[in-house]
Design a protein around this ligand. Sequence first.
Ligand code: HEM
Length: 380
Amino acid sequence: MRCLSFFFLFPMIALGFRGMATLLNDIERRQSNPTTSDLIGDLVDGASTTVGRRVRDCITGVGSCEYQERKNYERPGDLGSANCQADLCCAWDFLQQELVELFRNENGTCNGLARASVRLGFHDAGAWSRTSSTGGADGSFLLSPDEIQRPENDGLQDVRIEALQLLKKYSKYGIGAADLVQFMHNVATVTCPLGPRLLTLIGRHDHDEANPPGLIPSNNASDPTFLIELFENKTITARDLAALLGAHTVAQQFYVDPSRAGQPLDSTPGVWDMNFYREMALSDPPRGIFRLPSDSALSQAPGTSSRFQAFTDETFGQTVWNVQYAAAYVRLSLLGVNNINQLTDCTKVLPDAVTSFSAVSPTTSSASTAAQHLTTPRSI
Ligand code: HEM
């Protein structure tokens, strides 16, 4: 496990990284003051199991939510065999193999289905607030016919169809919709070069009732105060929101401005790199790159702007961002889940992280380079 300890951070400060002191203060504050309001689901009543304690530590910044070990999981048997059925993670290992093939381009970058899977995870889990009695990471995005009709979910139709096909194939092996959606997110991030390998949990309960409306931001959202409050009501701080928005490093837009459909939100949409934050720091986006009104507003807003700046750091930005993204996303992926203590940790079946990637110049910012990573308008 890669842990962002003080031992690791101190040399960064010594090297003079401007944003690092702020980041260290932030992490120290979270370590010394994990409040009950930071906890979610059944963890509010206590972390009573090994998994519960791991999740509690990871979402409050005490431990890591990112696992960099090399994969050494060996399947105990064929899919459907008694040995495989006896290991709760076994069927997920078969599924991850299928997903990697679906998500990866020949040149090693991740494709449009991977991008849509990252967004899908957010749109299922994020439809929850402190005051909603239902919703969250419950698979309702797949199981209810209603959520996909909402305008904020435009663009997720194809990935939903793909997910439903996988559900049909794998449900007989114990795979449920809520876990499937979050698993697709986690396989997508680790398949995208430089993406984090996240703590991956199995055992959420499925619900087929549509999540409450109004909890996922609209495509044209641009009021930063509203957006920060919307996420704070999900227990996600402004700092965590800034880290989550980095997922737009692997994004295209189709519906905000249909006349520019297919334009990416950074110059390397097949790579989980920092170009999104770097290009947001420019006064204008590079040619051919689309800037969302919400990203523009939040990159300037108190509470989020310092993170946008910190994640641009050439030396440490990627590491620090991946750590913060992991903590924020694991929290997001458990909203509305009230059996966290009973979940199973299947992180071991995820593929290895791709920690260096040279097929694309990380400094490039031209529209033509962006286009090289988009083999079709929606490059699935
Ligand atoms: C303030 C919060 C957010 C807003 C307003 C927002 C808005 C948007 C919009 C408007 C699009 C383009 C949709 C289209 O026109 O096709 C988009 C795409 C995307 N978003 Fe967000 N987003 C937010 C947060 C997040 C979060 C938290 C994640 C993931 C953790 C995420 C992941 C993505 C991804 C991966 C795409 C690209 C999907 C694709 O290329 O198919 N977004 N987002």
